[in-house]
Design a protein around this ligand. Structure first.
Ligand code: GLP
Length: 236
């Protein structure tokens, strides 16, 4: 595991984007596992700049997102599909049909979960998985628990996650209580994992996750068992 500490959000974003760009350049048909939240916004901005400068081509890339709120469809401005459209997809030449985000409104959610995992398998797994980290150590929406659910599944969001994500909604009551998330298997089977986090509020959980014991109570700590993980922490 490589843990890189940099001074700022901008530097974190620059280094993360460079790593994703290297992946796409060395394997143009890469399968990228993508994340939402405030952490990856700057990384996506830099990838867009590289695309606009003619340095990156996403035409053969496939993207598979980690998670989605249950009950929000892609037109809802807090859905993760909408986030991805606005922060990345509509600015680059990735083919819309090659972008996958779990559906939070599928009629049969159990079937959606199964199909999501089957799709990841059909692509041969994820080449590079980008992750943020929740204040409680969640990755995707894999919340602290005594055991992990391994496949894509529905989760009850932790109260601390609901509070943390309320900043994006009109008020806390609007935050969905459930989400659909890729499970730990697909994340752990990704060939490379790149986790980004920044700011003093994330320092404690980053230390716990990567210097503390491996436990489902801190989901990101499982990454200590992965053979190719890079963590980039921006101090501000
Ligand atoms: C959400 C997402 C996670 C993300 C986390 C941290 O709960 N499901 O994938 O990593 O928030 O978000 P932020 O980067 O805004 O702190």
């Amino acid at each position: 595991m490589k843990i890189i500490t940099v001074s700022s959000y901008e530097e974190m974003s620059r280094q993360a984007a460079n790593r994703i760009a290297a992946q796409v350049i060395s394997k143009p048909n890469s399968v990228l596992g993508l994340a939402t939240g405030s952490s990856p916004v700057g990384t996506y901005r830099r990838l867009i700049e590289m695309y606009e400068a003619g340095d990156l081509d996403f035409s053969e890339v496939t993207s598979i997102n980690l998670d989605e709120y249950l009950g929000l469809d892609g037109t809802h401005d807090q859905s993760y599909r909408y986030f991805m459209q606005e922060n990345l997809f509509r600015h680059i030449n990735i083919r819309p049909e090659n972008t996958y985000v779990p559906s939070g409104v599928a009629a049969d959610i159990a079937k959606e979960c199964k199909e999501y995992d089957a799709r990841i398998d059909a692509y041969g797994g994820i080449d590079l998985q980008l992750l943020g980290i929740g204040l409680d150590g969640h990755i995707g929406f894999n919340e602290p628990a005594t055991t992990f659910q391994t496949g894509t599944h529905v989760v009850d969001l932790h109260p601390s996650t609901i509070t943390a994500n309320a900043r994006f909604f009109a008020d806390e009551s609007q935050v969905p209580r459930k989400a659909i998330t890729m499970g730990m298997t697909a994340i752990m089977q990704a060939k490379k994992v790149l986790l980004i986090a920044n700011g003093p509020a994330k320092k404690e959980i980053v230390e716990k996750a990567f210097y503390g014991p491996v436990t489902p109570e801190v989901p990101a700590s499982i990454l200590q068992l992965h053979r190719d993980v890079t963590v980039i922490f921006g101090e501000t």
